[in-house]
Design a protein around this ligand. Structure first.
Ligand SMILES: Cc1cc2nc3c(=O)[nH]c(=O)nc-3n(C[C@H](O)[C@H](O)[C@H](O)COP(=O)(O)O)c2cc1C
Ligand code: SF4
Length: 743
């Protein structure tokens, strides 16, 4: 066995000189032998070091003077001492052969301890930096986290004020805390987590998924949390409705994952039923934890309760057989006698009884199946009353009362600052992890939901009967509501169902899923949201979940220029003052990289206050139309100066929206940004290849940039809400005066 390392050196030499695969394979073999040899000698040494008559834990605990072992509590290695016996590893069988697992880190805690022992911390917990993380849907975890924060802030002797962070809004990248750990000089960190449990899909699923992914990712350190001083979890739940294993099950999972990732449990998991015990019980846990922080009692370590046996088997069985993945977690947890709710159970993305469902339906969304949504936008209502369509009518000829706005995936991989759904929106980085509805169900459900909402409009004053009748034959579908449509695994089949009914498809994606984008079939218009021109700004605006978000965006731009160049492609820019309006040159770089057919520039709209929904925007961040105009003119100048032919083509001042188009859409001096929809379906059904110029139509004069109407269709009636309100107020006052006079 001892020849592993010399053989490694020899093989490296063979590889360098031969340049062939032989040396490569030999290196792997030699490395394997070298590791085995080291492990064998380590085990042998520890057996030799262990004293012949070892004291068992009962003796230790029963004896008057506890033999307390001075163990550096922050050390990442452990040398067995007199109380230690080495257990025989019991190999676990995993379900299937897996790819080899690479372990980079030393084991952080004494996994080879069979019996309990006492260890003395050589670190003062009061010198640490405490982080209190929480996530909440209905506010109780935030309240409890706040109480914990207040308690620790007022704790005598705590060297650093504790920091309280929402996992949803304050932690943009979970890796910053749960793969790396904060660097505060010599100060070590303590993580406290206040977590509710939700049987339905919630952001906690995403957090737990991150922990399990980190643990199972062979490319990264397996025990990243060993650099913490420790952690503790306080779970909130409802033991009446979710009793037994389900009670606080996600806090239990978090507690276990943090331990598996190398964290040291400082305090037992708290489980509080908010229905019966409520905040006083949470206060008890907080009080006890605060007492512990100030207490230098030794720590009792009993490794029997650690479920992480997968590490031990590495030493005994074939590497390829040992990787325990998320699906196996459920079994392991079952074996360990705690909760049986594994993470593999596919949940509904938006279950009927979930807060997300309530929040979405309250906002007027109809939830279709378990992951899709449909909503009538205000422009559809406006068009039904003859008061004008949205900017898509001005730019592309879409009549708003014939348009259905829907999404087959309410989840997405960003937490954009201008999205109102923070805290409740389902999120996922890459994989679809929910129950999946078939495309037919989504399609029929979306149409049914849309028509139901249209029908409900029948009594609204001002509805024009002809438009009302027409509205029951949807002609366009905007796949842009919220969430990320290309995340839905059956998006192509869904789009096909639309096209079969001659419903045009306007699909907006967030440029975070290049693989899905590359596979997307023909759509009528393909949008990519460009929310910022640089890596730093994009991180600020979109708060993406993927750490390689910028590379993903760049890959999407390349795909637009290459694989998807047959599509009619559009950049969608949402301008947010103070976030993304400055760097015109970088926007130009992106346009040049992707070469989109057109660029839609829209001023952000204000969607709620900054305090309630995690949305940091205020009215100060909403640009005026004049500022948007200035932006597009500068962008066009920049592109032209670099030899790229784009011009400002159309505008819809009413919704602060402007269209820049490639000059190929200016045919014989006339803009052709509108779409010939019958032609699109004719070409699609012909099976021939076609591109963005093959189904264009002339843009009406009233929509062209600089026209007097500034994009407002002269056939519609302008409706000035403020003027109308004032008129009604004056009418009321007049009536009241008349009544007074007649008395
Ligand atoms: C839809 C829904 C599902 C829930 N599922 C569970 C569950 O599986 N286990 C549990 O112990 N509590 C469950 N609860 C109770 C919540 O965890 C509990 O009310 C908690 O205090 C909510 O915390 P928050 O206000 O911070 O969101 C559920 C509550 C709701 C509304
Ligand atoms: S991409 Fe859309 S749905 Fe997703 S967070 Fe951003 S704005 Fe919201």
């Amino acid at each position: 066995m001892a020849f592993g390392i010399p053989l490694l050196v020899l093989c490296s030499a063979i590889n360098v000189f031969s340049g062939g695969k032989l040396g490569y394979y030999l290196i792997i073999l030699a490395a394997f032998l070298a590791i085995k040899s080291q492990e064998a000698s380590k085990t042998k040494n520890s057996r030799l070091d262990a004293p012949q008559s070892s004291v068992n834990s009962k003796d230790v605990l029963n004896s008057k003077e506890s033999p307390i072992y001075a163990v550096d509590f922050t050390s990442t290695t452990f040398t067995p001492t007199e109380s230690t016996t080495i257990p025989k590893a019991v190999p676990l069988r995993s379900r299937a052969k897996r790819s080899p697992k690479v372990i980079k880190a030393a084991k952080p805690i004494p996994n080879n301890l069979a019996e309990a022992s006492l260890t003395k911390s050589s670190v003062n917990l009061l010198q640490s930096q405490v982080y209190i993380f929480y996530t909440t849907l209905t506010g109780s975890s935030q309240r409890v986290a706040q109480a914990l924060h207040t308690k620790l802030t007022n704790l005598d002797g705590l060297a650093n004020p504790p920091k309280m962070l929402s996992l949803d809004d304050d932690v943009d990248d979970l890796e910053e805390f749960f793969l790396k750990t904060p660097k505060n000089g010599d100060t070590k960190s303590i993580y406290l987590l206040v977590l509710p449990s939700y049987e339905t899909d919630s952001p906690i699923d995403y957090f737990l998924e991150h922990l399990s992914e980190t643990y199972n990712d062979f490319r990264v350190d397996k025990y990243p949390l060993r650099s913490l001083l420790g952690f503790a979890v306080l779970g909130l739940g409802d033991s009446e409705s979710w009793n037994g294993e389900k009670f606080c099950y996600q806090a239990k999972l978090a507690d276990r994952w943090l331990g598996k990732l190398g964290g040291r449990r400082l305090f037992p998991l708290g489980e509080v039923c908010m229905k019966f015990e409520g905040e006083p019980k949470a206060q008890d846990w907080i009080q006890s934890f605060a007492t512990l922080l100030a207490d230098d009692e030794p720590f009792y370590l009993d490794n029997d309760d650690d479920i992480d046996d997968s590490d031990r088997e590495d030493e005994e069985v074939d590497d390829a057989d040992t990787l325990v993945d998320v699906e196996d977690m459920g079994n392991i947890i079952r074996k360990s006698g705690t909760t049986s709710i594994g993470m593999s159970e596919a949940k509904k993305m938006v279950a009927k009884d979930s807060p997300t469902y309530k929040s979405l339906t309250k906002q007027g969304y109809t939830i279709v199946g378990s992951h899709s949504g449909v909503k009538i936008c205000r422009w559809t209502k406006s068009a039904l009353r003859g008061r004008g369509s949205c900017y898509k009518f001005a730019f592309y000829g879409i009549k708003s009362h014939l348009c259905m706005e829907t999404t087959p995936s309410l989840a997405c991989s960003n937490k954009c600052v201008f999205c109102w759904r923070h805290g409740t929106n389902p999120v996922a980085k890459l994989n679809w992890r929910w129950e999946l509805d078939p495309p037919e169900k989504v399609f029929e459900g979306a149409l049914a939901g849309h028509y139901q909402k249209i029908k409900q409009m029948r009594g609204v004053p001002g509805i024009q009967n002809d438009r009302f009748q027409e509205a029951f034959q949807v002609k366009h579908c905007a796949l842009s509501l919220v969430g990320e449509p290309i995340f839905y695994p059956h998006i192509n089949e869904f789009v096909d169902l639309l096209h079969k009914q001659h419903i045009s498809s306007f699909l907006v994606c967030n440029a975070q899923h290049p693989d899905n984008l590359a596979k997307l079939a023909k759509v009528t218009q393909l949008y990519v949201s460009i929310d910022a021109p640089t890596r730093t700004d994009l991180k600020k605006v979109d708060r993406p979940l993927n750490s390689d978000f910028w590379e993903r965006l760049m890959a999407c731009l390349d795909i637009l220029r290459t694989t998807q160049s047959h599509q009619r492609t559009v950049f969608r820019l949402t301008l947010v003052k103070g976030f993304n309006m400055n760097d015109i040159a970088s926007y130009a770089d992106m346009v040049i990289q992707a070469q989109p057919s057109q660029i839609e520039v829209k001023g952000a709209t204000f969607c709620g206050s900054s305090n309630g929904n995690g949305n940091p925007l205020t009215m100060q961040n909403i640009p005026f139309y004049e500022e948007c105009k200035l932006f597009v003119v500068s962008l066009v100048e920049e592109l032209n100066s670099r030899g790229h032919s784009y011009e400002v083509a159309a505008e819809h001042a009413h919704s602060c929206c402007i269209l820049i188009a490639h000059t190929k859409f200016k045919i014989n001096g006339k803009w052709h940004t509108h779409i010939d929809y019958p032609k699109f379906f004719q070409l699609l059904e012909s099976g021939e290849e076609f591109n963005d110029l093959d189904y264009v139509k002339e843009t009406p004069e009233w929509a062209v940039w600089g026209s007097e109407e500034a994009g407002f269709n002269p056939d519609d009636t302008r409706y000035d809400r403020k003027a109308e309100k004032l008129r009604k107020k004056l009418e009321r006052e007049d009536l009241s005066r008349k009544i007074q006079a007649s008395k």
